[in-house]
Design a protein around this ligand. Sequence first.
Ligand code: ATP
Ligand code: MG
Length: 578
Amino acid sequence: MKKFPWWIFGDLKDLKVFLVVAIVTLLLNAGITSYLAYFVKDIVNTVFVTKNERMITLIPFILFGLVLAKGIVFFVNYYTMAYIGQKVIARLSDDLYEKVLRLPLEQFLIEPPGAFISKIINDTSLLQDFTSRQVATFARNLLTAIGLIGVVFYQGSELALLGFVGLPLIGFLISRIGKRIKKYTNRMQDKLAVITNHLFEGVKNIKEIKLFGLEEKFSRLFQIDNNRYLREFMKIKKVEGIYPPIVEITAAVIVGFLIFYGGKKIVAGELTAGAFFSFIIALIMAYEPIRKLGQDYNKIQQSISVAERVKRILDLPDEYQLKDGDKVLEKPIEKLEFKGVSFKYPGVKNFTLEKISLSFENGKKYAIVGKTGSGKSTLVNLIPRFYDPTEGRIEVNGIDLRKLRLKPYRRRIGVVSQDIILFRGTIRENIAVGKPEASFEEIVEAAKVANIHDFIESLPKGYDTLIGEGGIQLSGGQKQRIAIARAVLKNPDILILDEATSALDSETEVAVQRALDEKFRDKILIAIAHRLSTVVNSDLIIFLKEGRVARVGSHRELYESFEDYKKLCDIQFSQFSD
Ligand SMILES: Nc1ncnc2c1ncn2[C@@H]1O[C@H](COP(=O)(O)OP(=O)(O)OP(=O)(O)O)[C@@H](O)[C@H]1O
Ligand SMILES: [Mg+2]
């Protein structure tokens, strides 16, 4: 037996009342159920043996009262236990979500986010069944079974032993039916899939079938598969038909034995008829909860493994525990330096970046160029500390990034990345994510810098237009400009544009660039671009080649003295000139 995951239920203080109600009703439910079985003795003895008329009129009322009480207790118990279970899961999902958001990005290099998230969703829904049903049902059935077994032994003593030999036998038979049926059902479903596929293909390829005169051939193939399906179907029906009689016959043999021994004892005066019937009823009633205990026990074991898996995620150290330093920058960033930085993705053999030494100063505009896959995005990803260098270090104003508090530092960095992410919400909210307290004027100003203000104004709802799921669809260039506006509003010390204007037409791109240059005149602006026209007027161009800095210089310098760059320029600019 695995260790029960009490931690899932965590802190139940605010659910105290529900817990008490749940436990009391659990006990009451088992008590009343067992008492009902016990009460059979009085019914039989008064009705058939002592023939007490007053009791005969009373008994139906008592019976009704008991069943009504049991019904109410069951409902209250069912409801409160489900509530507690669901509440617990809601809290667990909150914790998981918070944890996932705080994990370092390195985690998603080990396991892709999609797989990671779908595992979490899957596990949470499995655990939901655990906390809101399995545990409750198990407790209810366990207590009921204990109560009823008590009645069985109380009324029948040695007869009870006989009864408990028979029960597992029937249980065994029934579980075998279940397994068989499951096996055949799976096979039947496979066959059904084949048939469906056939139908589908027939319709899809109807033109070819007609052209090649294949109607008969396809029909014949279909008939063969259809027959196979029929055979599997009949196997299930055979099992379904044959087992109930077998179960009944076994049960009859057991009951026969019980009546034989019980009857002898009644005749000998060692047992009352009432006790005997009460015994039989309790035995029958105990069967169902015991059977379910076995089933649920297996499910609970599985759920416990799932819980352990989830616990491992919750126990992962988060980014702040791993990376937070204790310094906070007082002044704006004046200088950003890469000092012998190398970087390797986990699980990848080669270094993606090698021995990078670069210096970025405020008031200047930088461009990073290089072939696709040369490491440009990786390099800029190190700046907001999405990843840390494998070797070497990055400093701002002379302080190693690792010594800085993460959150205040990241507030100084703006990134417009290659794949734009917009959140579900209005345009206004999307622009203001980095500065929720921004005034409307500030938002409009940022949108103007990004050259998207006029477009937003042209929408019927303007800045309150919903985007993302359920909202309007934006073009690639519109999304890019909203992302730029968002970065501009954040007013960072360093702005990184990773192919951020790639979807814009040249005219719009130039306009956006001019506005950005103006706005970030005394800050650090780093742009990655494949289109060289966007980078020619940068102060410095950094040319990356297979993860190394191949050359740094102005457009003129590189063009005149660096063959790779010259080639690149000539290809791009010659396309139009001849
Ligand atoms: N998450 C990752 N895990 C492993 N390898 C990666 C990962 N991301 C990028 N790489 C590898 O690192 C190298 C550099 O990728 P990077 O995205 O930095 O290139 P890039 O210069 O930005 O290219 P592009 O111009 O196409 O955007 C590539 O070989 C890529 O396969
Ligand atoms: Mg890239």
